[in-house]
Structure formats: structure tokens, C-alpha cells
Write a protein of this length. Structure first.
Length: 334
């Protein structure tokens, strides 16, 4: 159990994610209902950035120290960062409460929402995921065998300025015990923590995002019908995908598309294009057929690779980049 985060009220900790990091910091994940996850959020405040020596105190007039408040009387304050005096501290619980109220404002029964918290060891960075209820208004059925995706709201916050606040609406796919993630809705909201900025704009992400859901589902249907020839896929892998995601991810993408299996380099120093690399299969990718032909499955390959990164920040950036990579794919095949 984390020193500064206690598990209460039935929420479950996901120990299998202990290998995850976020900008070098260890993270812990918890899943539960709204009230359970809300109780796990630490509190912070700012104090002068100072040095105390021999009874004297020297204060930097331009900076504050961000400190985590002790959870109980047996713990001590934990300094977790230094920020400018122009910085506006946004508490994790503020983001949480605004997100919950925004969901309630559009008629979602938050008692049916599953919340997931990913938080760094000392609480400086937090990722929230709110999985919407099982309702056809928030779901997309992939096939007739029960494979489906459901909408979720994701929010990311830091209390010491190490990462921008972000909120966006995306999809979560249920395949075995693994989630394949794709955020096609391009609306999101990113701001630095500056005085005068309000976090109520999370509601805009929800309202505008939900207004285009029908259009987005139609896009998915179109992707499912959009057959792609291997040579066009190869050109995309060796071009835009390699340039943006690097040789390794491009080579893994091509191998999964051709076989349904993730892979690693069999010859790490082998020269050649990503599509030409000799690969060693590692495991079957859930939800991906033995050979991919349509655009929707390619989007899911990219989602798998984003999810497999062990750094939360890298996951975020790759996930947000998927719509752009899909656009570049269509630019090759049109």
C-alpha cells in the first residue's frame, strides 16, 4: 500500500500495473465507483520556497513549494515540486468534482460509472478515466459476438506544473482483460495552470463531444468497410508512421497487420525499412484478426501499441496522435 494513498471503501488496486511509470515516477492504479475513487485523492497546498538555517529564513520571492498534506497525524508533509508564483494550483479533487458534475449535467447516472485513477507515488500527477454506463447511446457494437466499445471521459492533471491539464472524450474497447483504446474525437482541452483559467470547460468537452457521436460511429462503420491493399499499408508504415512513431513501432504495426501477432526485432541492428525488418512474434493481439485488411482494425493496432507503453505520458501522446496517423493513412490510399 502506498504511504500517502490509502485504499478505502472497496476500491481495488491493480498491482499488475506496478511496472508503470509517469515521467520517471512510479504509479498506482485504482478502480471503483465514483465515491470510492474520490476518497483516494490527496490534498496539496503551496508554501514559501525557503531555506532555514541557524535560525534564519531565506525566502525566494518568485517561487512556491507545492506540498502534499499528510493523510493522517502519523505522516509528514511531502514537498513534491516548485512552481512560479503565477502558477494556479488546481487540486485533483477539483478536476474530479467538475468532471462528475459535468457528467451528471448531461444526464449520466454516475452511480453506474466506473472510475479509474492512475496516480504517481507522491500524487503530483493524476489520470482519471470515467467509463460511461452500458447504454446504446454511449456504445458502439463492433460485431454480432458482443465485441463492443464504450465512451469514456479522461482527465489528466498535475499539481506542480510537470504536465498540462487535458480532458478528452474517447472510446474503450473490451477485449479479454485488455483494453484497446482509440480516441477519434479530436476535441480536447489543454491548458497550462494560469491564474484566471477555469476548469469548468470540461463540460464543453462532454457536450461538444457527445454532439458528434453519431457522426463518429458512422466513421467507424465506414472504416470497417474500407478495405486497404497491403502495398498502400506498407507505404504508410515506411513513411508517415515511421516518421512520427519511429522504426520500432512502425515495424511492430506492420507485423501485427500481417499476422495478428505483436513482435520484437529478431535482428536489432538489421538495416532496412520497418516493413522489411525480421521480427520475432511475442503474443496474439486481442481483437485483431490473423490478417488485417480494413481501416478500423488498423486503428485498433495503433491503440494496442499506445496502450502497451509503460510510461503514462507516452501512452497519452500516442493515443492523442492516432487520429492524425489515421488521416495520414487515408492520404496514402485515396
Amino acid at each position: 500500500m502506498d504511504q500517502h494513498i490509502s485504499i478505502q471503501m472497496g476500491s481495488r488496486s491493480e498491482d499488475s500495473d506496478n511496472h508503470m511509470i509517469w515521467m520517471g515516477s512510479k504509479v498506482k492504479k485504482h478502480t471503483g465507483r465514483i465515491v470510492e475513487i474520490r476518497s483516494l485523492l490527496p490534498n496539496f497546498y503551496v508554501k514559501p520556497f525557503a531555506i532555514y538555517s541557524a535560525g534564519n529564513c531565506v525566502i525566494n520571492p518568485n517561487l512556491y513549494t507545492v506540498v502534499q498534506t499528510p493523510a493522517n497525524q502519523n505522516e509528514m508533509e511531502m514537498p513534491i515540486g516548485v512552481v512560479s508564483k503565477k502558477y494556479k494550483l488546481i487540486q485533483h479533487y477539483e478536476v474530479f468534482d467538475v468532471a462528475v458534475n459535468a457528467m451528471r449535467g448531461i444526464g449520466i447516472d454516475t452511480e453506474l460509472v466506473e472510475a479509474k485513477l492512475t496516480i504517481t507515488e507522491f500524487g503530483e500527477r493524476m489520470a482519471l478515466s470515467f467509463l460511461f454506463p452500458e447504454d446504446e447511446s454511449y456504445s458502439f457494437s463492433i460485431d454480432e459476438n458482443g465485441d463492443n466499445m464504450r465512451l469514456r471521459l479522461q482527465c489528466f492533471n498535475s499539481v506542480e506544473g510537470s504536465a498540462r491539464f487535458m480532458a478528452f472524450l474517447g472510446w474503450y474497447r473490451f477485449v479479454c482483460s485488455n483494453g484497446l483504446i482509440v480516441g477519434v474525437t479530436k476535441l480536447d482541452f489543454r491548458k497550462r495552470h494560469c491564474i484566471g483559467w477555469e476548469i469548468d470547460d470540461i463540460g464543453e468537452v462532454l457536450s461538444v463531444g457527445l454532439s458528434v457521436i453519431t457522426e463518429e460511429v458512422e466513421l467507424y462503420r465506414d472504416w470497417q468497410q474500407k478495405e486497404l491493399v497491403l502495398e498502400s499499408i506498407r507505404q504508410w508504415v515506411d513513411g508517415p508512421l515511421k516518421d512520427k512513431w519511429g522504426v520500432k513501432l512502425a515495424a511492430r504495426t506492420f507485423h501485427i497487420i500481417r499476422t495478428g501477432m505483436d513482435a520484437k526485432f529478431a535482428k536489432p541492428f538489421e538495416k532496412g525499412w520497418p516493413s522489411e525488418k525480421t521480427m520475432e512474434p511475442t503474443r496474439k493481439v486481442p481483437g485483431i484478426p490473423p490478417e488485417v485488411h480494413n481501416a478500423f482494425d488498423i486503428s485498433q493496432v495503433l491503440s494496442w501499441l499506445a496502450k502497451e507503453k509503460n510510461d503514462v505520458q507516452q501512452q497519452i501522446e500516442l493515443m492523442r496522435d492516432i487520429p492524425n496517423m489515421m488521416d495520414s493513412l487515408f492520404g496514402k490510399v485515396q
